[in-house]
Design a protein around this ligand. Structure first.
Ligand code: BG6
Length: 489
């Protein structure tokens, strides 16, 4: 298949996502020779731009090195840009003609990347289906969240997509599924006997999945205010990690088996993780909204409500902690605590498995709980907190770490960006790391009652200072859920 040309079409080519993520990603893949030969790239958007202008917008995000100039020219030589509306069928007919011309009517595969706001998802996908499907070759569509705002709107979107495309043509990106450490969760769990044996309620007290960012909404206030942190990060990125941490072992490592393990599918009828979760209860949730820090520098001075694109009386949460409970034999009683927030004290995403206290402790209460931590970013690492004998003449205990920090273990390691991995997967037709329709419906079932309750009751989030650890009430929720501190998280 490597000689069949591929056309990668970016819809919304003049936008922010295209500029910051998609063009850089396809450039890196092209530069590293990872794409099939004869891949062409076509940008499409409403703005009347020349390819030079598109190039001008993107290049500062592409991290081009001096020695790569020739390759870079080759890359832009394989690019085209067309402008047109999103809801006018004729414009898409024109796009289709251009795509045909590019390959002189020969067999070619097409990938459509919708780097677009949700308001135009429906007209664009309809127009693609009716005018732009590859006449000879396959067509695949990549879409970005938000996949709706709640169970109903998401179901409508899924229904619409299902009326146009087959499941194997739809690639819903959750870029956390492309991160090294998130993918490593399965390897760690199912490739190690020691973890397999203890991965259950008998051994594990609680699991904390965090995603903290040290910056505010940074110019995305308009989008953010409509969605809030639960829809932006928790319902997708963190819930996906939870699934990988909690799921049963799939029969094989193939895409369908893995995705089947996360929900009930017609093929497998045993209890699945998402189906075993009850909707989240408001009493299990802490919400926060950041306020400016008068002593902070630059952005940190500004609170969420100081953002001119955010309504002055907004109650949209920028921080959330929520406890999920899985009602199955493996996890009954083990809280899965999801935590995410903007404008916090650090950038950190990690999964922290906290083991139970040692029963019948003989060390005068000195033992601390074991923890297995997978640090997703920054600085990928897997480490385990253990109790060992303090070296020397004493017989005291000390907490130490078995530490596998990637930068120490692998010299000059350059890990691919999540988008690189995922876009390449689309070329290869691998849906293993993408979100399936039934999975998405389950994710919304778990979060929709909570989101509606928060909005209908207009619940006021707890203010927290820009650069802090978030509302202290969250620590109380952690403590109530059998999470014990042995440091700051
Ligand atoms: C996006 C969210 O999905 O993920 C952003 O919309 C968030 O609000 C981003 O900042 C975080 O991604 P990463 O890869 O930088 O952790």
């Amino acid at each position: 298949d490597s000689i069949t040309p591929h056309i990668f079409v970016i819809l919304g080519a003049s936008g922010d996502l295209a500029k910051k993520k998609i063009y850089p990603t396809i450039w890196w893949l092209f530069r590293d020779g990872l794409l099939p030969k004869n891949t062409l790239f076509v940008g499409y958007a409403r703005s009347k731009l020349t390819l030079e202008e598109v190039r001008g917008k993107c290049e500062s995000h592409m991290m081009v090195k001096g020695a790569e100039q020739e390759k870079l020219e080759e890359f832009w030589g394989a690019n085209r840009y067309f402008h047109g509306s999103y809801d006018v069928r004729r414009d898409f007919e024109f796009l289709n003609q251009e795509l045909e011309k590019l390959v002189k009517g020969n067999r070619a595969n097409r990938i459509f990347y919708l780097a677009l706001p949700p308001s135009v998802f429906q007209p664009v996908t309809t127009n693609i289906k009716h005018t732009c499907m590859a006449p000879r070759g396959w067509s695949r569509v990549i879409i970005e969240k938000p996949f709706g705002k709640d169970a109903t709107s998401s179901a409508e979107l899924s229904h619409h997509l299902a009326s146009l495309f087959k499941e194997e043509q739809i690639y819903r990106i959750d870029h956390y599924l492309g991160k090294e450490m998130v993918q490593n969760l399965m390897s760690l769990r199912f490739g190690n006997h020691i973890f397999g044996l203890s991965w259950n309620r008998q051994s594990i007290a609680s699991i904390l999945i965090s995603m903290k960012e040290p910056f505010g909404t940074g110019g995305r206030g308009g989008y953010f205010d409509e969605f809030g942190i639960i829809r932006d990060v928790m319902q997708n990125h963190l819930l996906q990690i939870l699934c990988l941490a909690a799921m049963e072992k799939p029969c094989t490592a193939s895409a369908d088996d893995i995705r089947d393990e996360k929900v009930v599918s017609p093929k497998l009828l045993d209890v699945k993780v998402l189906r075993s979760m009850k909707p989240i209860d408001l009493s299990d949730v802490i919400l926060g909204q950041y306020v400016g820090d008068p002593e902070g520098q630059g952005e940190a001075k500004e609170g969420y409500l100081d953002d001119p694109t955010v309504p002055k009386d907004s109650r949209t949460p920028t921080y959330a902690m929520a406890v999920c409970r899985i009602n199955n034999e493996r996890w009954d009683g083990v809280p899965f605590i999801l935590r995410c927030g903007k404008a916090l004290n650090e950038r950190k995403a990690e999964v922290r498995i906290q083991y139970r206290d040692v029963p019948g402790d003989i060390f005068k209460g000195e033992t601390k709980r074991n923890e297995l931590v997978m640090r997703v970013q920054p600085g990928e690492a897997v480490y385990m907190k253990l109790m060992t004998k303090k070296p020397g003449m004493t017989f005291d205990l000390e907490e130490t770490e078995l530490d596998m920090t990637y930068s120490a273990k692998y010299q000059n390691l350059k890990l691919p960006d999540a988008y690189e991995r995922l876009i390449l997967d689309v070329f290869c037709g691998s849906q293993m790391h993408f979100v399936r329709t039934d999975e998405l419906a389950e994710a919304w079932r778990i979060f929709t009652p909570l989101l509606h309750q928060i909005e209908q009751s207009n619940i006021k989030p707890i203010p927290y200072k820009f650069g802090s650890r978030g509302p202290i009430e969250a620590d109380e929720l952690l403590a109530r859920n059998d999470f014990k501190y042995s440091g700051t998280y």
